[in-house]
Design a protein around this ligand. Structure first.
Ligand code: PLP
Length: 379
């Protein structure tokens, strides 16, 4: 099956439950005992094994091309359970310097309290990594397309470096989605998602996902079962419904983002545009080589900085000023005041997240209407 067909048919129960074409919601916390001998097989929502979980797990595993997958109550539940299943006191993580703010906080504030340390490296420069790896390095953590600067690091090298040293490579594939890039095909061990974003795609739930080899995903599931970050069946239903249209949504968003990035790059009031689909982006060659599309997320700066950005926000009529990304509504935000506000100002600056940086998550509106709206707001 090709990916569009998997989105619709993979993981669906056969035969359909009660002949329902659409997977119904099993809003039942517990299920009658059916002879399970392992605690984790007792059917209970927290144990991530109700019919809604099972169908979603199979669909996401098919999409990412992995043996197994797991959904979680949020992207952060997926990421924290994954890292806690892989790491113990004394272990060390290599991570790209430029991760999502919540993941950065987990690595720099929570995990050190458990005796787990992290070194941030430039994942675009493989020659610098060996000096930072230690015998206790267990995880190399990167994002496929970083948020908000949309960098594409040396992904193949990360997977190879980790494999050669027995390190588990973990990649956050939220912004790329399995429509544009399937990390397991490039040698990554575990894929995590904020399914809140493109996978669900409707700005109406918070969810997460993990995909990878069976033994790794089972270990994450056991951790998640204990920590309690399971996805409610109703949210499972919405994520399941959202996934079916992932390919058509993401392709429209990629095309629209490319056109908007091109328009903004030509605008005299725009000082810089970051979008890996643009030839002038420093990582364009990687994006062209590995990705089916360069994604629906871009960032840019105005010549007038943060004040001009705020003025433009007030004038725009279609994009909503809000954090998050990947939904039908185009969302615009300044990461320095939202998604990355928790990062110390000097680290934000080091990573290139200036106060004036604007992040744009391109939605499903007409591309021309969005361009017209930006033209009027900037004018
Ligand atoms: N990973 C990335 C790349 C994100 O952008 C986000 C949220 O913005 C997360 C993870 C965390 O996901 P959630 O908000 O679903 O917990």
């Amino acid at each position: 099956m090709r990916v569009e067909t998997k989105l619709v048919h993979a993981g669906e129960p056969r035969p359909r439950h009660e002949r329902a074409v659409t997977m119904p919601i099993y809003q039942s916390s517990t299920f009658e005992y059916a002879g399970a001998t392992d605690y984790h097989d007792i059917q209970y929502i927290r144990l991530n094994n109700t019919p809604n979980h099972v169908a979603l797990h199979a669909k996401i595993a098919a999409l990412e091309g992995t043996e197994q997958a797991l959904v979680a109550a949020s992207g952060m539940a997926a990421i924290s359970s994954t890292l806690l299943s892989l790491l113990s006191a004394g272990d060390h993580v290599l991570a790209h310097d430029g991760l999502y703010g919540g993941t950065f906080d987990l690595l720099t504030q929570d995990l050190p309290r458990l005796g787990i340390t992290c070194t941030f490296v430039d994942a675009s420069r493989p020659e610098t990594w060996a000096a930072h790896a230690t015998p206790r390095t267990r995880v190399f953590y990167v994002e496929t397309i970083t948020n908000p600067l949309v960098q594409v690091v040396a992904l193949d090298e990360v997977a190879r470096f980790a494999r050669e040293r027995g390190i588990t490579s973990v990649i956050d594939n939220t912004v790329a989605t399995p429509i544009n890039y399937r990390p397991a095909e490039h040698g990554f061990d575990l894929v995590v998602h904020s399914a809140t974003k493109y996978l669900n795609g409707h700005n109406d739930i918070v969810a997460g996902a993990v995909a990878g080899r069976a033994e790794l995903v089972s270990a994450v599931k056991h951790k998640l079962d204990h920590l309690g970050g399971s996805l409610d069946p109703h949210a499972c239903f919405l994520l399941h419904r959202g996934l079916k249209t992932l390919a058509v949504r993401v392709r429209h968003q990629c095309q629209s983002a490319l056109e908007l990035a091109g328009y903004l790059a030509r605008h005299p009031q725009v000082a810089a545009v970051h979008y890996p689909g643009l030839e002038r982006h420093p990582h364009h060659a990687r994006a062209r080589q590995w990705f089916a599309g360069a994604g629906g997320l871009l960032s840019f700066e105005l010549t007038g900085g943060a004040a001009a950005a705020e003025q433009m926000f007030r004038r725009l009529t279609l994009p909503l000023v809000a954090p998050s990304l990947g939904g039908p509504e185009t969302l615009i935000t300044r990461p320095a005041t939202t998604s990355h506000a928790g990062l110390p100002a000097d680290i934000r600056r080091r990573q290139g997240i200036t106060d004036g940086l604007i992040r744009l998550s391109v939605g499903l509106e007409s591309t021309q209407d969005l361009i017209d709206d930006f033209a009027a707001a900037l004018g």
